[in-house]
Design a protein around this ligand. Structure first.
Ligand code: PEP
Ligand code: MN
Length: 357
């Protein structure tokens, strides 16, 4: 159930309603909105008796929530969640179309710096790169771990880019939380409930990737785990799901974007790199993601994809990424989104053979 407060309800009235809810043995989650504060009630096994709450000063109404997710729901919060970052003008979920770009994995300081320079020049504010990599094979490169995080921290300092990196387990989450601006939870961990609970207590926003075969409801319930622990800065990311189609690595489900936006106030990004697994398909699907109304993109870029230690096949060359940004910028404008301008085109080569970075 939700308790919707009157537009002019005081802090004290909101606190009193929360205390009342807690005294009944439930948990109260105040969700401030532009007009009203709504207070979601969790921890109830049956229906909550609404009478006593409805009579409290400052309460406008109580609303029964029939969906299993509450805090992520648009019923709990009508307006879109906009995530901002201390010391930065970047946002996720507002009028800006946000692009997160970088290599699949951090391989070395030189690699990370070369790619950070490219993506920043193209107008990107968020740098991605895994220090801990969930790999299908135990013999594949597993990431540099703490050394990778140190390199990311250097990228952050040197370029002023915001850092997005994955925490694979509760142990790495402590370190990731310190170094990252956004903690990524990967597709394989979307239903790792102990990891979700820990990330829900983190002080940093969480980017939650959709599980490979997760339904929309399962995806939203995973986000509910994060929010129910108190972290309201959650970013969803569609990265393709498993289907019978074998012409791409995964099937990018762009229809999930308007579906999420109807049900939830949380921002939703699209990852056309893992969504297709093929370099040639990343830009077309990135354009489609902007057109369908996504809040942004996550894209893998590498200055030498042929030598990448993971996901080289789907990583864009720097010039291809610049072209993607130019095209997406135009589409974003049509759907009423802004994007930071690029620095002057670098004229970087499009093929690896002549990359001189
Ligand atoms: C990644 O972003 O590098 C990644 C491993 O993605 P996913 O969890 O979507 O496979
Ligand atoms: Mn990858």
């Amino acid at each position: 159930m939700l308790v919707v407060m009157q537009p002019r309800a005081s802090e004290e009235q909101i606190r009193a309603v929360c205390q009342k809810i807690e005294s009944l043995g439930y948990r109260a989650h105040p969700i401030p909105g532009a007009k009203h504060t709504a207070i979601a009630i969790t921890g109830n096994t049956g229906e909550v008796e609404s009478g006593a709450l409805e009579e409290m000063p400052g309460v406008q109404e109580t609303v029964r929530v029939t969906k299993p997710y509450k805090l992520v729901s648009r019923i709990a919060k009508r307006e879109n969640t906009v995530i901002s970052f201390p010391g930065s003008i970047a946002t996720i979920g507002g009028s800006e179309f946000t692009v997160i770009a970088g290599p699949c994995a951090i391989e070395s300081r030189e690699q990370a710096f070369a790619i950070a320079e490219c993506v920043q020049r193209a107008g990107v504010q968020f740098f991605r790169g895994g220090a801990y990599k969930p790999r299908t094979s135990p013999y594949s490169f597993q990431g540099l771990g703490e050394d990778g995080l140190r390199i990311l921290a250097e990228v952050r300092r040197h370029f002023g880019l915001l850092i997005v990196t994955e925490a694979m387990d509760t142990e790495s989450l402590d370190l990731v939380e310190e170094c990252a601006d956004v903690i990524q939870i990967g597709a394989r961990n979307m239903q790792n409930f102990s990891l979700l609970k820990r990330a829900g207590r983190a002080r940093k926003p969480v980017l939650l990737k959709r599980g490979m075969s997760a339904t929309l409801e399962e995806f939203l319930m995973a986000a509910e785990y994060l929010m129910s622990e108190g972290n309201h800065n959650v970013i969803l990311c569609e990265r393709g799901v498993r289907t019978f189609s074998d012409h791409t690595r995964n099937t990018l489900d762009l229809a999930v974007v308007p579906a999420v936006q109807r049900l939830s106030h949380l921002p939703i990004l699209v990852d056309p790199s893992h969504g297709t697994g093929q370099r040639s398909k990343v830009t077309p699907l990135a354009r489609a993601a902007a057109a369908v109304g996504a809040d942004g993109l996550m894209v893998e870029v590498h200055h030498r994809p042929g030598q990448a230690l993971s996901d080289g096949m789907q990583s864009l060359y720097p010039q291809q990424f610049e072209d993607l940004m130019t095209q997406v910028r135009q589409i974003a404008a049509i759907v009423g989104r802004t994007m930071p301008a690029a620095a002057q085109s670098s004229g970087l080569p499009r093929t690896e053979a002549v990359v001189t970075l």
